[in-house]
Design a protein around this ligand. Structure first.
Ligand SMILES: NC(=O)c1ccc[n+]([C@@H]2O[C@H](COP(=O)([O-])OP(=O)(O)OC[C@H]3O[C@@H](n4cnc5c(N)ncnc54)[C@H](O)[C@@H]3O)[C@@H](O)[C@H]2O)c1
Length: 345
């Protein structure tokens, strides 16, 4: 049986990949690092729908081949999937031998708490790994790099400076934000000194079905706990806000960036601010449950409020989010209610 989220109901959100895919020049060759991950697997499927040829580079540390089920149905084969670390020569060899037109660099240590626990590992993957990918791109004459940065590059922003724009100072307040910001600086440097063009997407808080495992986001974690009848842990007082964006909207933005219509930093999110407590209440409503969350100490370095200005994405990428928070939360709750054996992961 298939995952309910892969079969969107009319009017509901799901992966919805048949929805007007972006046009890339025919048979554009795109290498996607982190292509077996939560976001990457959706990007790979969307790219294939545009007629692009895709190679995946992923060490499967948090991603898995099961995430690529839709991509495999669209023609991705085992030989298009390279199990390799972005810090390794195996990774650079794939780029050197295949000569992609575009490299979408999503592979990362993507967890803010994990980066706090192990900043060295985070820096090694997110900085050294990124530099290794950029060097390979330069040598292989890659035309464009599309990089997944994060809202975390902006750090703790004063309320009167919200929403963050692409001109907001980059002052990360966590190791994860710092490693993403440093990779961004390297992108700038490689563009200026080696002519490597890039688009960096400062992505908000991404959520959606199949966001499980070590990097599970706050919405799936709350939904899973509520569906299982356990009070979810909420850090701090729950009044901290985030700008949540649905995963298929992010995949669409990445594919749009692959067309080469933008350059530099572009914010990608919903442009809407929601508190964790509001998310919890919405999950309870959809699940038809009433309970109280368990509040635990706040994570150091976590931003108090975040909301992003996304007009540049609208203008430059001709992109806008399509899935509202209520619909997105409903999709995640349905996913949490689906027995795991029935879910393709
Ligand atoms: N999920 C979010 O809320 C969010 C927000 C902003 C930015 N991002 C960024 O988007 C990208 C994708 O994140 P995601 O949420 O899909 O996380 P994910 O963990 O599902 O995806 C990361 C992928 O990279 C792979 N990977 C990790 N380390 C690797 C390495 N050393 N070499 C090769 N592959 C490696 C993993 O196996 C996984 O498939 C990341 O760069 C992340 O920092 C995510």
């Amino acid at each position: 049986m298939t995952n309910e989220q892969d079969q969107p109901q009319p009017g509901a959100c799901g992966d919805n990949t048949t929805d007007s895919p972006r046009r890339l020049p025919g048979a554009t060759r795109v290498a996607v690092t982190g292509g077996a991950g939560f976001i990457g697997s959706r990007v790979v499927a969307r790219l294939l729908r545009t007629g692009s040829r895709v190679q995946v580079i992923d060490d499967l540390s948090t991603g898995n081949i099961g995430q690529l089920r839709e991509a495999m149905a669209l023609g991705l084969s085992d030989s298009d999937i390279h199990v390799a670390d972005v810090r390794s020569r195996d990774c650079t060899a794939v780029i050197a031998e295949w000569h992609p037109d575009v490299v979408v660099h999503l592979a990362a240590q993507a967890s803010l708490p994990a980066a706090l626990r192990s900043p060295l590992v985070d820096a090694d993957i997110n900085i050294r790994g990124s530099v290794n990918v950029l060097e390979a791109c330069t040598r292989a004459d890659v035309g464009l790099v599309v990089f997944a940065a994060s809202a975390a590059i902006y750090g703790q922003v004063r309320p009167d400076c919200l929403p963050v724009t692409e001109q907001t100072p980059i002052t990360p307040s966590s190791p994860y934000g710092l490693s993403k910001a440093t990779a961004l600086r390297y992108l700038d440097l490689f563009e200026r000194h080696r002519g490597l063009a890039y688009v960096a997407l400062a992505i908000g808080n991404v959520y959606g079905p199949r966001q499980i495992g070590a990097n599970s986001g706050v919405i799936p974690r709350i939904a899973t706990a509520v569906v299982q009848g356990r009070p979810p842990h909420i850090s701090g007082d729950g009044q901290q806000t985030r700008d949540f964006v649905y995963v298929t909207d992010v995949a669409e933005a990445v594919v749009s960036a692959c067309t080469g219509r933008g350059r530099g930093l572009i914010n990608i999110s919903s442009g809407q601010e929601a508190s964790i407590k509001e998310v919890f209440d919405a999950v309870c409503t959809v699940a038809g449950t009433a309970m109280a969350p368990r509040f635990v100490p706040a994570v150091p370095g976590d931003a108090r409020r975040m909301v992003m200005e996304i007009s540049r994405a609208r203008t430059v990428l001709d992109w806008q989010p399509k899935v509202g928070l209520a619909d997105g939360i409903a999709a995640v709750v349905r996913d949490a209610q689906t027995p795991r054996a029935e879910v393709a992961v």
